[in-house]
Write a protein that binds this ligand. Structure first.
Ligand SMILES: [Zn+2]
Length: 193
């Protein structure tokens, strides 16, 4: 069974004279591989969180990106030389290797979840607790209270949405498949069945 650990709970809010945001960053251990999902953009927090697990960037095998927004992506610069994956391609320098459905060498399923961004995908990880969807920006909150009943989840406004109908469809698919959902900015929650 795979293990999932939230290394950084993403945040997004008005800060000191500017907007402050970093994505949720997750460590998956599956089939002997250590995979980071969405390394975010807060370098210090990420290095500290890795240290807390007894790890450095060198110990990570793969970096998976759910979509290309900078607040989810910028810290790939902490992992020089590592393979970077999106939902269907492994990037190794200028080499591209395409894949389908699962991250190669793992049991992690990848679901296409467009809407917030056209390229958005969601890893589904089978763990002892159940299926965890690392859904990132299918749902995200500023500092307000998270409402996670099904109706609220389906109607949550996304000011950055690219395709509203696609987002709704993606949300329905993930609610159906997941036992727990990890949002892009906010806390992991259990799906009401
Ligand atoms: Zn985003």
């Amino acid at each position: 069974m795979a293990k999932v650990k939230v290394l950084i709970e993403g945040y997004a809010h008005e800060g000191n004279g500017c907007y402050e945001a970093t994505s949720t960053t997750v460590l998956i251990e599956d089939s002997g591989k250590k995979i980071i999902v969405d390394p975010g953009c807060n370098e210090e927090l990420l290095l500290q969180a890795l240290k807390g697990e007894g790890l450095t960037p060198k110990d990570i095998d793969l970096i998976f990106l759910t979509h290309y927004h900078i607040d989810h992506v910028l810290n790939i610069r902490l992992f020089p030389g590592k393979d970077i994956l999106d939902g269907n391609i492994i990037y190794r320098g200028d080499k591209e290797f395409s894949f389908k459905e699962k991250i190669p060498g793992t049991n992690i399923e990848i679901i296409e979840t467009p809407g917030h961004a056209h390229e958005h995908t969601t890893p589904l990880v089978k763990t002892e607790k159940g299926i965890i969807a690392i859904a990132e920006d299918l749902w995200w909150w500023e500092d307000e209270k998270q409402k996670t009943d099904k109706k609220s989840l389906l109607s949550l406004k996304d000011p950055f949405v690219k395709d509203e109908a696609a987002l709704l469809k993606s949300r329905k698919i993930i609610i159906e498949k997941a036992d727990f959902i990890i949002p892009g900015h906010g806390k992991m929650f259990k799906v009401e069945k």
